[in-house]
Design a protein around this ligand. Structure first.
Ligand code: F6R
Length: 628
């Protein structure tokens, strides 16, 4: 029995889901062209549909997909905003699709971002009229906002709302903050198609990717229809479908509590997941769960496989074995390589474990994958420039060259507007600030400077939040450090859907490089994953939990503080959590220890958690996936 109130297709990854949607669009375009008619497409912007447009461009260039019979209507545009501004949806659509295909400029429609207030209502009516005149929308693509919006239909939008101006929700503005380099620069309003306008489309594909979307997706798919989540209105549409990646689908009942939907294919992983879920639900230690607890909470089928006593014991022993104060073992000294996507991920996620590895005599290296310059505030650059100026005055070092760069910094930063891309000089200076902080923090954990490797992967160096795809230079940077260190053990970030995609891209390059390294005959290292700065592993995924004492946790805090440019206020804190990274890290490590304690395992102050690669999934997981 499914709890889903709208059709859902779940794909292995966002690429597969995007290709499926692009193929559906191409199918409609071709069918309409064969009938001698226009295909009318409703288009979305944002981080989600990028790969759909990339695939459409590929189909156009490599397979001759023709856009000459395509008419497009975009969902929304910020207001007020000029089309020339980099963050406008007008600019975004041209950069990601229109400039690369043969769509006729007169067939492109985007809500007007630059109109005067008095004209908005008239132009919105005109927009609706143009959609009707074009014959209505054949296929509408949607993303979903963290507020549950589709288009910019924020909470409270009515089922029959039409194109109009709307005030953006706080959550939406926070989510857009990184694109605008600060929430304060995000326009407070937008012009959006209404819910009624969207629902008039003959077919709707909603895409959602990443773990940060999992909760709103679950509420939209399985919750009652209600005006506080506009996406729930799609449940009543005759031809709407959600296209999800694995991470965005994670909270759906079929993955979260599949036993509530009927018989399950049980294996160790699902068993562990169910037992931990049950213990938390009834607020008991694992070893205290009774047969009745299992039966009363829909886990009779699991209990029937062996009885509460044996199942409890099996899960308890597993969890007990994950706890270790010797993360690299005791038998021999090992070479350990930690991959840190940004310069501070290593200490945020595993400063305690890093320090312990060094203290236990292992050779610990850190590879910092991207420079991280994007999150350095301009005032920090000015401060360092002032320092250099004063230093040079006192010590008389290279006064001429130095003066040129100082003038450049002063001049550029004075005229810089929010969101302007930094010059390469300023990008380098910002990167340098982060590099020095990373060395300082690593040294604090006992790691020598010569064991800090800075890869400066080129995919990151766009000057914008939007990154390039992974290329050969990125992969070879990772391969080189593997060849230099020849690690016995690797630690890497395993959050594959961080808000800007940097961790995911670093992971992508890392896996390709590791395959090449192994193919060249090198010994296979152990691979452990930490979960990035945003989330922790779910308990059944944890394969190693390293306890930290109160003093060790305090010391970790000081390691994070060494990243001074990120202190007090992070440039990209994410939409939900305005705390600093050290606060999140502490809370997360303390909660993991508390969870172990609640489950009836030894009580520690804090714990850093790791999952072993390859990540395991319950056996029933694959059956729930859509193949393309
Ligand atoms: C964009 C739009 C919005 C986005 C949504 C998700 O045209 O209408 O509804 O689809 O905010 O944005 P991303 O994809 O950036 O997470």
């Amino acid at each position: 029995m499914s709890c889903e109130r709208v059709p859902v297709a779940v794909f292995e990854d966002s690429k597969a889901a995007s290709v499926a949607v692009a193929r559906r669009i191409a199918e409609i375009m071709r069918a309409k062209a064969a009938e001698g008619k226009n295909a009318v497409l409703g288009l979305a912007t944002g981080h989600t549909p990028v790969a759909v447009y990339a695939e459409l461009i590929r189909l156009h260039k490599e397979e001759g997909l023709d856009f000459s019979n395509v008419v497009t209507f975009n969902l929304d545009e910020y207001w007020p905003i000029a089309p020339s501004v980099m963050q406008s949806y007008w600019a975004w659509m041209h950069e990601h699709l229109f400039n690369h295909v043969n769509v006729k400029p007169e067939n492109i429609h985007i809500p007007p971002g630059e109109v005067k207030e008095a004209e908005i209502a008239k132009l919105c009516r005109q927009y609706e009229h143009n959609i009707t005149k074009a014959g209505g929308i054949d296929l509408q693509i949607l993303g979903i906002g963290l507020s549950g919006h589709i288009g910019f239909n924020e909470p409270g939008s009515a089922r029959d709302s039409r194109t109009r101006r709307i005030v953006l929700d706080r959550v939406t503005r926070k989510a857009a903050a990184s694109d605008f380099f600060g929430e304060e620069n995000v326009p407070s309003m937008a012009i959006t198609m209404g819910v009624g306008t969207i629902l008039d489309a003959r077919e709707i594909c909603l895409l959602a990717f990443g773990e940060h979307k999992a909760s709103i997706v679950q509420r939209s798919v399985e919750g009652e229809i209600n005006a506080t989540i506009a996406a729930t209105y799609l449940q009543k549409h005759p031809n709407a479908k959600f296209y999800l990646d694995d991470a965005a689908a994670a909270r759906l009942t079929r993955f979260e509590t599949p036993w509530e939907m009927g018989s399950c294919q049980w294996d160790d992983m699902l068993e562990r997941h169910a037992v931990i879920w049950l213990a938390r639900k009834v607020n008991k230690a694992v070893l205290r769960l009774t047969d009745e607890d299992y039966v009363e909470h829909g886990l009779g089928e699991l209990r029937a496989r062996g009885g509460a006593y044996d199942i409890n014991l099996k899960v308890f022993r597993y969890l007990m074995n994950t706890i270790t104060g010797w993360p690299a073992g005791k038998s021999k000294k090992r070479r350990v390589l930690i991959f840190s996507p940004h310069p501070d991920d290593d200490v945020i996620c595993m400063a305690g474990t890093m320090t312990r590895l060094v203290e236990q005599g292992h050779e610990v290296h850190v590879a910092y994958m991207v420079s991280g310059y994007l999150s350095v505030f301009d005032h920090d650059v000015s401060r360092y420039a002032d320092f250099v100026r004063e230093f040079n005055k006192i010590f008389g070092v290279m006064p001429e060259q130095s003066a040129t760069i100082e003038q450049h910094i002063d001049k550029f930063l004075k005229q810089k507007r929010p969101g302007d891309i930094d010059t390469t000089e300023i990008q380098s200076l910002k990167g340098l600030i982060r590099r020095a902080e990373a060395i300082d923090a690593a040294k604090y954990c006992g790691i020598e400077e010569s064991r800090c490797h800075f890869l400066d992967m080129p995919f990151y160096n766009t000057g914008k939040v939007q990154k390039l795809s992974i290329g050969e230079a990125d992969i070879s940077a990772v391969r080189k450090v593997l060849e230099t260190v020849k690690p016995d053990m690797i630690f890497a970030a395993g959050d594959l859907s961080d808000p800007h995609g940097t961790h995911r891209l670093c992971g992508e390059a890392g896996f390709i490089a590791l395959d090449q390294y192994l193919a060249a005959g090198n010994a296979k290292p152990e691979l452990w994953l930490y979960r990035g700065a945003w989330q922790e592993w779910s308990p059944e995924q944890i394969s190693m939990a390293v306890p930290l004492s109160p003093d060790e946790l305090k010391s970790k805090r000081f390691a994070i503080f060494r990243h001074q440019s990120q202190k007090d206020r992070a440039m990209f804190p994410g939409p939900f959590d305005s705390r600093e990274f050290w606060q999140r890290a502490e809370e997360r490590n303390i909660s993991t220890a508390k969870l172990y304690d609640d489950l009836g395992l030894p009580e520690y102050h804090a714990m850093e958690a790791f999952a072993v690669w390859p990540l395991k999934r319950p056996a029933n997981h694959d059956q729930q996936m859509t193949k393309i």
